[in-house]
Design a protein around this ligand. Structure first.
Ligand code: NAP
Ligand code: GDD
Length: 328
């Protein structure tokens, strides 16, 4: 019989790739969506008819328990979160509610209504913050540098705690940054490729950024959802670091993106103190050897190709916008 997966955050970047993956494997895919006055299904528009949607909210315990009791999933992927680091300073309490306590709400609802379900928690390399070792692996101590990072550390340890307290099959994937053409526009990679494309098309003149020296371990989101699924197919629940094992500065990302369209980035990039964070994570670099050896997980998209993929996709969008503008 087909397995049932329940995904929180199905409308987000990772949710859309994970839904595609699970549908391709024959799963019944159920997605949790929160009420909105607008349609938030843009990223999964092409899958709309193949997914069952359930309304609930990470802030609302009884809505989660009610939906899980009805769906009776085999696997639960908790991807829902306030995921933008910069916003976590202006909305620290809300970030804690969604990103930290929301995890307990999910785990406790599972414990009560579908205790055999396997649980995936979207932990983050942001937990390493002011890194205590290079590269970072599963046993590297955490030192979060943002309210978001602190909330993710809570989510991580409550997952470990429910595994150890109740014998639940609960895993955390400590995922390093992963990007795609579906990335939200506020994250630096997509912000860069969106503006590069619009500058190339003559729709904009500049790109305003903060710290160009920050280093991130960036991979392709489509590869990372495979690791999530693999974790829930193992005999034992464990936590895994997932990343590329390479690090690049924001400046390098900018250079490659402008190069792709034949422009010199120095003529267009303006440093704007508004985008400098109160506390920065200077360097993230993964050691993904456990995921590679135990899960057999592999990358398919190297860094340069990722940047090109995102620029090309944004160029197609900008071209269309230019045509619409000309026709209006
Ligand atoms: P994303 O694009 O920002 O998506 C976040 C999702 O969470 C959206 O579907 C959003 O729904 C949902 N959500 C937010 N608040 C909610 C609430 N109160 N109740 C229910 N759903 C809520 O994030 P992503 O990049 O796909 O990341 C997925 C997860 O992985 C997140 O937990 C993130 O923190 C974590 N993570 C991401 C990365 C990365 O590099 N992408 C790395 C490590 C960990 P709406 O559409 O309604 O806003
Ligand atoms: N967003 C943004 N906007 N970041 C900028 C800008 C800018 O204009 N200029 C420089 N940066 C720098 C930030 O200071 C940070 O060092 C780096 O670019 C990456 O920022 P983001 O793309 O916003 O991602 P993040 O690393 O803070 O967080 C992402 O990755 C985490 C995993 O490490 C998010 O996806 C988190 O949800 C995820 O957990």
């Amino acid at each position: 019989m087909a397995k049932t997966a329940f995904i929180t955050g199905i409308t987000g970047q990772d949710g859309s790739y994970l839904a595609e993956l699970l549908l391709s494997k024959g799963y019944r895919v159920c997605g949790m969506v929160r009420r909105s006055s607008n349609d938030s299904l843009q990223r999964i528009e092409h899958l709309r008819d193949q997914i069952e949607f359930y309304q609930a909210d990470l802030l609302d315990q009884s809505s989660i328990a009610g939906v899980l009791a009805e769906v009776q999933p085999d696997e639960v992927y908790n991807l829902g979160a306030q995921s933008f680091v910069a916003t976590s300073w202006s909305q620290p309490v809300l970030t804690a509610e969604f990103t930290a306590v929301g995890v307990t709400r999910m785990l406790d609802a599972i414990r009560q209504v579908c205790p055999k379900a396997r649980f995936y928690q979207a932990s983050s390399s942001e937990m390493y913050g002011k890194v205590q070792a290079v590269p970072q692996k599963e046993d590297t101590p955490f030192y979060p540098r943002s309210p978001y990072g602190v909330a993710k550390v809570y989510g991580h340890y409550i997952t470990v705690n429910y595994r150890e307290s109740y014998g639940m099959f609960a895993c955390s994937g400590i995922l390093f940054n992963h990007e795609s053409p579906r990335r939200g526009l506020e994250f630096v990679t997509r912000k860069i490729t969106h503006h590069v494309a619009r500058i190339k098309m003559g729709l904009e003149k500049e790109l305003r950024l903060g710290n160009l020296d920050a280093k991130r371990d960036w991979g392709f989101a489509g590869d990372y959802v495979v690791a999530m699924w693999l974790m829930l197919q193992q005999d034992k629940p464990e936590d895994y670091v997932v990343g590329t094992g390479e690090t690049h500065t924001v400046r390098e990302f900018v250079e490659i993106a402008f190069d792709r369209v034949g422009l010199d980035w120095k003529k267009y990039v303006v440093i704007d103190p508004k985008f400098i964070r109160p506390a920065e994570v200077d360097l993230l670099l993964s050691d993904p050897s456990k995921a590679q050896q135990e899960l057999g997980w592999r990358l398919t998209v190297p860094f340069h190709k990722l940047v090109h993929m995102m620029v090309d996709s944004d160029l197609a969008i900008a071209r269309q916008q230019k045509m619409l503008r000309a026709a209006a």
